[in-house]
Design a protein around this ligand. Structure first.
Ligand SMILES: C[S@@+](CC[C@H](N)C(=O)[O-])C[C@H]1O[C@@H](n2cnc3c(N)ncnc32)[C@H](O)[C@@H]1O
Length: 279
């Protein structure tokens, strides 16, 4: 994580905590940051990861492979699909190879709106706002798509009449059934114009007992009780879209490059992702 922090502000010590950041409760963004080898996490987040690795020792590989998938998919969207605008909902903390860095390395004109509901993500993003006119970060909630798409910053950077991509990397999994993840995915698909794309990735219930056990620990950690939904449940997020090959597959199988970490590890099956195009 440290090698490519880019323009993001960094906190030097655990004592330098933004006032609205709660270090007593697990944060999804910070837990994920720890799995990726980052430093923006606290004891409570690390303890949750340790509980998860008691059940599945390779659990952090799921985060690493998901991040790898995001990078591969963003390269595809910009270099091959011609996308020049991206809304990344549940963007998480900065890491090696942030979406705007991957995209703007291909075309510096790509515009990116990062969205997250965790105050620590916004705190890191403030410096980004000051240094990059094509990239912004807003604090908003996935459960309110209209607030996201009608936000002045989104309107400033995203031309709603031109194709854009929405990234939902590792976020729908944190919604409970009663929060209607399928309905929210549908509302977001509605906003995407013809020729635009939706990316979705989540942990997956493969039917293995260790996936079920891991789901239990995720729930006990406060990350949500339905983090591991089945492939059949998740394919519905792409209703009405044309799936880009190879479809909704383990992150490790989505157009992997030679640098994919630990390619033969069976744990990869527990995190799946795909990209769909709106006809
Ligand atoms: C597991 S991280 C994934 C980060 C990144 N999208 C990726 O795939 O590499 C999930 C992120 O979603 C954010 N998140 C979770 N629920 C959210 C919600 N209801 N609204 C907005 N962001 C949310 C968390 O704060 C966290 O940063």
């Amino acid at each position: 994580m440290t090698e490519s922090a880019g323009p993001w502000k960094r906190f030097e010590t655990e004592h330098d905590v933004p006032p609205d950041v709660n270090t007593d409760e697990v944060s999804i963004a910070r837990l994920y940051d720890f799995c990726l080898g980052g430093k923006d996490n606290y004891a409570v987040d690390r303890a949750a990861v340790h509980a998860m690795t008691e059940v599945v020792p390779e659990m952090p590989l799921l985060a690493v492979a998901n991040r790898y998938f995001i990078r591969q998919a963003v390269r595809y969207l910009v270099a091959e699909a011609g996308i020049r605008q991206i809304v990344d909902i549940g963007s998480g903390l900065p890491t090696a190879g942030n979406v705007h860095e991957i995209a703007q390395a291909i075309d510096p004109g790509v515009r990116v709106v990062y969205v997250d509901n965790d105050p620590i993500v916004l705190a890191h993003g403030r410096a980004l706002l000051a240094t990059d006119a094509s990239t912004t970060v807003i604090k908003a909630d996935l459960r309110e798509p209209d607030v996201i798409f009608d936000h002045p910053e989104t309107r400033r950077l995203i031309d709603a009449d031109e194709p854009f991509a929405v990234l939902l990397g590792g976020i729908l999994m944190h919604l409970e059934d009663e929060e209607d993840p399928e309905g929210i995915a549908a509302a977001i698909r509605e906003r995407i114009p013809s020729g635009g794309y939706l990316l979705v990735s989540n942990t997956c219930d493969t039917g293995e007992s260790r996936a079920r056990e891991l789901n239990r620990v995720f729930a006990e950690s406060g990350l949500g009780s339905r983090c591991f939904r089945t492939w059949d449940e998740q394919i519905r997020y792409f209703d009405g879209l044309e799936l880009v090959a190879p479809g909704l597959v383990p992150n490790s199988e989505w157009r992997p490059g030679p640098d994919l970490p630990d390619p033969d590890n069976s744990t990869h099956a527990m995190h799946i992702g795909g990209v769909g195009r709106k006809p």
